[in-house]
Design a protein around this ligand. Structure first.
Ligand SMILES: Nc1ncnc2c1ncn2[C@@H]1O[C@H](COP(=O)(O)OP(=O)(O)OP(=O)(O)O)[C@@H](O)[C@H]1O
Ligand SMILES: [K+]
Ligand SMILES: [Mg+2]
Length: 678
């Protein structure tokens, strides 16, 4: 997807226009703090037109107009922050929409002939054939063929990826292009529900919902607003007792200064910008809740094949056991794999062919295929004459042959151990109850994982690799990748059990995976990150998808999640701490005539009561745009525990929140006075 790192002029211009549109009270009502400001703005507008509207008044029209304008800008600044945060996503959605142009598709009909149809008419279950250079019309699963696919429209990555029928690399996304060969694809989504549709809605923020944290904070801010409203009301009898005439516009100014407008105005921008930052890292987060949960993760569970490793496991060697020859095991491995459509199975057939073994398709016409499942961890073929070929995880095959009365060859263990210790996956091969040898499947660990896992450790996050592979292979890969712990020989339900166990200890768990067998675990985890290279099932179950298929990407999401929580905390603290200075500015200004002793509180030595009130109100308005960069980028973040980070920032923003407005208000007062405005 086309990524805009910086804010373009178009985005800023659009945000300015949107700031005015967002003045609509129906929209404003969702933000109680700013809605109160809007009501104040309307009242001061009325007072600007008719100063005596609510009774006698001693202030000039100019003062009312000044208060009205400052309040209006307060609203516009807050709206601008939100519109700006939304801007980049909207621009991205626009460019994605262009990818979604209508294409023609070659629908494969029942009799095998093709029919040209519009891509928008494709439904779940339809089968289409896509040739080199053509756009894939819809999301689906390859059922025939192998091709390199250019996914740059969606991932921004220009190098094509290989996709093939069977296994974990069979899913294709509508809007991507076939760069070589051809594929036959079974459509898996109905119009309007595709990955691209979902992506557009996500980056655009169309489905954005407030997160539980955001709702809690909004409620807190609304309560604070109510309290200050009551405080302001009590000023009226106090003033009348003191024989002071309180102007309505002054009361409104006091109220707006005291209610938490800074955080109220920036709150949604912080959340939207956080989601946007996640997208900039090429991760699609289905909800803000998932991003926030990532900020609090304690344990990260990773699948091995396809997540920690590249997952293109290729047969590299056939090793005989129990006195068999290389030719024997090659023959057995080939027979056990001729009907195995997984990439592993096909690589075995390829290697056997290279070694001179071949087979005839008609020979197997009445053979029964035993398909690979993550549950049995085996696959094979049952011939009509009763001969059974099996291959699979070594312990699974051992159990199989012992159950059929066979013996385990003495040299099997040494050979499997050699392969496993090298990080390879050994597959044992049997004909009936006899083990013939071992297939060496090679896989490669993705680079750079060790450093990234070390960073996770520094944040106090435990990493656990969970794999269907044997313990020795798992141990080797775990060491090479640098994870803290591993679980081997795990079936899909074991992956869920591992997650539940951590959750029961009160921990928040993230899971990354790519396979259909990972889908239930991805759904169970608090944060489920699916590799874009993975299956549709995995992507549907997850609440985040990494377009670059990099499992350590979660680290970036965790950082953004933590930053989001801390930014919100820091700006809330800043916003509330600001009240102290405003109090010192406004209270003496309101009562100074009746109580000259209050001059002692005028520590900023502000020029006049009007200047004090307007300066405080102006500061209150311009602090919002000044803080937009922090709201958008997040407060500075370093890898340390969330608690320490939070207390550090609260201290920083708390003290800053007390001091900065004293200086700011004084400067504004000097400028206003210097320009003889007040
Ligand atoms: N096509 C196949 N035929 C027979 N056995 C296989 C085949 N593919 C994999 N296996 C065996 O089954 C085991 C489990 O495979 P599965 O795909 O469930 O997990 P995995 O890919 O090894 O690990 P992970 O869960 O980390 O992705 C593998 O370790 C391997 O021993
Ligand atoms: K305020
Ligand atoms: Mg896997």
């Amino acid at each position: 997807m086309e990524r805009k790192k910086t804010l373009t002029k178009d985005i800023v211009n659009q945000a300015i226009v949107d700031s005015f549109k967002k003045l609509n009270p129906w929209i404003m009502m969702k933000n109680p703090v700013m809605f109160v400001v809007e009501i104040g703005t309307v009242i001061t507008l009325l007072l600007s037109l008719a100063p005596e509207l609510f009774g006698s008044s001693e202030v000039g029209r100019g003062y009312n107009i000044a208060v009205f304008l400052i309040l209006l800008f307060t609203l516009l600044f807050a709206n601008f922050a939100e519109a700006l945060a939304e801007g980049r996503g909207k621009a991205q959605a626009e460019s994605l929409r262009k990818t979604k142009s209508d294409t023609m598709a070659r629908l494969v009909q029942k009799d095998g002939t093709y029919k040209q149809v519009s891509s928008t008419s494709l439904r779940k279950g339809d089968v289409v054939r896509i040739e080199i250079g053509e756009l894939i019309p819809s999301d689906g699963e390859i059922i025939e063929g192998l091709a390199s696919i250019d996914e740059s429209a969606i991932t921004g990555e220009s190098a094509p990826v290989i996709k093939e029928a069977g296994g974990d690399f069979s899913s294709v996304t509508g809007g991507t292009r076939v760069a070589s060969d051809y594929i036959v694809v079974k459509v898996l989504t109905d119009p309007g529900e595709s990955f691209l549709d979902c992506m557009i809605a996500l980056v655009e923020g169309a489905k954005r919902q407030k997160t539980p944290n955001e709702i809690a904070l909004t409620t807190l801010l609304a309560v604070l607003t109510l309290i200050f409203l009551i405080v302001m009301m009590t000023m009226v009898p106090i003033a009348s007792y003191l024989n002071v005439k309180l102007e309505i516009s002054t009361l409104i100014a006091l109220l707006v200064c005291l209610i938490p407008t800074t955080i109220g105005g920036l709150l949604s921008a912080i959340g939207i910008a956080g989601m946007d930052r996640v997208t900039q890292f090429n991760v699609l987060a289905m909800s803000g809740k998932a991003v926030e949960a990532a900020g609090d993760i304690d344990t990260m569970i990773l699948d091995k094949t396809g997540t920690i490793t590249f997952g293109n496991r290729m047969a590299s060697e056939f090793v005989p056991v129990g006195g068999r020859s290389v030719k024997d095991i090659t023959f057995a491995a080939l027979q056990a794999s001729v009907k195995d459509e997984t990439p592993e199975g096909r690589s075995i057939v390829e290697l056997a062919n290279k070694l001179g073994e071949s087979w005839q398709a008609d020979h197997y016409s009445d053979a029964e295929v035993v398909e690979f499942t993550a549950e049995t961890r085996m696959s094979g073929l049952d011939l009509a004459d009763g001969v059974k070929f099996r291959k699979g995880a070594v312990d699974a095959i051992k159990n199989y042959v012992t159950a059929h009365g066979g013996k385990i060859p003495a040299d099997l263990e040494a050979i499997t151990n050699r392969i496993a210790k090298a990080g390879g996956t050994p597959l044992a091969v049997a004909i009936n109850e006899r083990i013939y040898g071992v297939i060496y499947l090679k896989d490669t660990v993705k680079p750079g994982l060790k450093e990234r896992f070390a960073e996770l450790r520094a944040m106090g996050i435990k990493t656990v690799m969970c794999t269907g592979d044997n313990p020795l292979t798992a141990a080797t890969i775990a060491l090479e990748a640098g994870v803290d712990e591993f679980i081997a020989e795990a079936k899909p339900e074991d992956k869920i059990a591992a997650i539940k166990k951590e959750q029961q200890e009160g921990k928040l768990v993230a899971m990354t995976g790519d396979g259909t067998n990972d889908a239930p675990a991805l759904a169970q985890a608090d944060v489920g990150l699916a590799m874009n290279s993975g299956t549709m099932a995995a992507k549907e179950a997850a609440n985040m998808i990494d377009l670059d298929s990099d499992p350590t990407k979660l680290l970036s999401v965790i950082s953004i999640g933590k930053q989001l929580l801390i930014t919100r905390g820091a700006l809330t603290t800043f916003s509330i701490a600001n009240d102290i200075a405003k109090y010192f500015a406004i209270i003496p200004a309101m009562f100074i005539l009746a109580m000259p002793q209050l001059q002692a509180l005028n520590i900023m030595n502000l020029a006049s009561p009007e200047s004090a009130i307007l300066s405080a109100l102006i500061f209150n308005a311009i602090i919002i745009p000044l803080l937009i960069p922090i709201a958008m980028k997040g407060v500075k973040y370093r890898a340390m525990s969330a608690d320490r980070l939070l207390s550090r920032n609260i201290l920083l923003y708390g003290i800053g929140g007390v001091v900065v407005p004293f200086i700011g208000i004084k400067i504004i007062d000097m400028v206003l006075h210097g320009l003889s405005i007040v």
